[in-house]
Design a protein. Structure first.
Length: 447
């Protein structure tokens, strides 16, 4: 296949960008509170197993489609399956990323506002009411819209600078800093009195707490935490040179994702237990519980600021991949330049995100199937479009894409033996599609 003009400058740049795409709200926000509600250590082990058996094969598949075609999401399916309905897999991915950004950018704005307030010392304070503070952020149209605009502006500036000078360069700074900040927080958390109870909860498996619902939670978390399903990784891998091993790159991304999930647990649960909070606090763990916990620590505002900065980095590196799939789809023919397309796309995304941003304030009374605009969009994207897109990708790679090209991309540069390739095909033929259907039916409440 012909290589693309836009490319990552190195394998490391690609891995950091791909890991950045995967490590976002799911790994740092959702994983800790879902683990807390699902029993701790046993859930973490099951999550790791599912990530290796389900998420990793899917990630390899998107890498193969991307580099095998040398094209972004929509053009990739056109190229590999011309004059067929499979192009709608790419179109579904672009639409899904657009809808996802319409509420993801709102959360990114909240994180940006909290980070700014924390850095100037206006989150932690004597007698502070943290639920009320969170309510004042999400319930204020002005604050929410300002956060949305600033978060979107950062994305637009980075994406407009291109693959190497924008996305790759940003990730090369943000990802190492994310790990450094995380390690600082973990060290501080583990030195607190009573921290070992939190470590025990997180790492000592107690399978008596595992239920069928916990298994499905672990399955969904492992699957959706790798940014697969909307062909973001198809677009990212289309910029990859031919001398890079796809399987080792995918393994590195998965390893980093699991490591970040481990760090998130070790940074949060020891602190929560040390100060007597319940681990099953739910989604409010980040914005309500953690500020109240850090408030009781020496230099609490500093450590809260570090945590929020790394969370902001993770949120941004994920949103870069969502923006890129949209921009790449409209610039692939070479007739449109990146910068104006990025600014137009950013403006449209901001306009589309306004209803979700106001769903806790001015539009609080407006509901769709008894859900707020924010929650309804989240449900449509996460529970319907993402698993459906993932199933289509799994079917495409096995039943439609040229088998010789798939095998060549899988094994290029000593990526994997015949045995490993055969094992991957078995997983993608049977285990992954069946698992996706189970998750999909669970998301819909059928099982």
């Amino acid at each position: 296949m012909e290589e693309r003009k836009d490319q990552w400058s190195s394998k490391l740049g690609f891995i950091l960008a791909s890991a950045g795409a995967a490590i976002g709200l799911g790994a740092i926000w959702k994983f800790p509170y879902v683990t807390g509600m699902s029993g701790g250590g046993a859930f973490f082990l099951i999550f790791v197993a599912f990530t290796l058996l389900i998420g990793l094969p899917m990630l390899v598949s998107e890498f193969i489609i991307g580099r095998g075609s040398g094209a972004e999401a929509i053009s990739a399916y056109k190229k590999l399956a011309p004059d067929s309905f499979w192009v709608w897999v790419g179109r579904l991915g672009v639409l899904g990323c657009f809808l996802l950004l319409s509420f993801y950018s709102v959360v990114g704005g909240w994180v940006l506002v909290y980070t700014g307030r924390s850095v100037v010392g206006k989150v932690i304070g004597e007698g502070a009411n943290y639920p009320e503070l969170f309510g004042s952020v999400v319930g204020s149209p002005g604050v929410t819209l300002l956060g949305l605009l600033l978060f979107s502006l950062i994305n637009i500036l980075v994406i407009s600078m291109g693959v190497q000078n924008g996305i790759e360069k940003a990730n090369k700074y943000m990802m190492p800093l994310l790990f450094i900040f995380f390690i600082i927080l973990v060290v501080r958390a583990l030195t607190l009195d009573g921290a070992m109870e939190g470590v025990k909860f997180f790492l000592a498996p107690d399978f008596s707490n595992i239920t069928g619902k916990s298994l499905l939670y672990a399955l969904g978390q492992s699957f959706f935490s790798l940014a697969v399903g909307f062909s973001c990784m198809v677009t990212y891998s289309s910029y990859l040179k031919r001398d890079v091993s796809l399987t080792s790159s995918a393994g590195s991304v998965v390893g980093m994702n699991i490591f970040v999930s481990l760090l998130a647990g070790l940074a949060i649960f020891p602190v929560v237990f040390a100060f007597g909070y319940e681990p099953a606090e739910g989604p409010g763990l980040l914005f309500i519980v953690l500020p109240s916990v850090f408030a009781q620590m020496p230099f609490g505002e500093l450590f809260l600021s570090l945590f929020l900065i790394l969370f902001l980095f993770a949120t941004l590196t994920s949103s870069f991949s969502l923006y890129e799939i949209i921009v790449a789809a409209f610039t692939s023919n070479g007739k449109r330049s990146r910068k104006p397309v990025t600014w137009i796309a950013g403006l449209v995304i901001v306009l589309a995100a306004i209803p979700a941003a106001l769903s806790s304030s001015s539009l609080a009374e407006f509901t769709i199937f008894e859900k707020s605009i924010f929650d309804a969009t989240d449900y449509l994207v996460s529970n319907i479009m993402l698993p459906f897109g993932s199933l289509l990708i799994a079917l495409f790679i096995i039943h439609r894409m040229d088998k010789e090209l798939v095998k060549e991309e899988f094994q290029l540069n000593g990526s994997g033996s015949i045995g490993l390739y055969s094992f991957w095909r078995i997983l993608m033929t049977w285990v992954v599609p069946i698992t996706i259907v189970i998750v999909f039916l669970n998301m819909l409440g059928v099982i």
